[in-house]
Design a protein around this ligand. Sequence first.
Ligand code: URA
Length: 219
Amino acid sequence: MKVIDFSKTNSLLNSFVREIRDVTIQNDRLRFRRNLERIGEIMAYEISKTLSYKTISVTTPLDIAQASVLDDDIVIATILRAGLPFHHGVLNYFDCAGNAFVSAYRKYKETGHQSFDIHIEYIASPEIDGKTLILTDPMLATGSSMELTYRALLTKGTPKHIHIATIIASKQAIEYCMKSFPESKTTIWAAAIDPELNESSYIVPGIGDAGDLAYGEKS
Ligand code: URA
């Protein structure tokens, strides 16, 4: 399984990651959401280099030109609610893609917020059989929401290839996904891979709660 860690290469993407991590800049929710979206746009472009293309003719005002266009059927899936801005960034480039939404949340077993199960409640997805599935989640903490989302989507068919796109992953989640996704047809794209999780399974140093930072705190 191929794992691409963008933080290993100098690029503008790293400045957007720096901004979403910074507690002061995080106060600007609009900028936070836009940065998640910008990272999604860059990642979509990078993923696009690995897809299949066909050549078609296009009529210009002066002649006929040959153009290479995407030949893969794309479905972009995300986990509500934190995944929305990142998902939209990816969709900004794959503008003809189908879209799938899954709601997954942590159901804590006690008030200390240390142990929890992941519950999937809602799924809205097109058929994904034979298609290229891009699973987007800005924070890949344990990898279990991503795996449950994937399993829920398998009720809609078997994808040709799976791209797991994330902004911050923990090392543990990368290892988990490497074990729980099909080795020969999965690629993981991470803007950064952080070393650990805290006792509440938040990524450290991470960014905090992506959903709250994008949309405000929940009660
Ligand atoms: N979800 C988040 O929003 N942040 C984390 O660090 C882990 C999961």
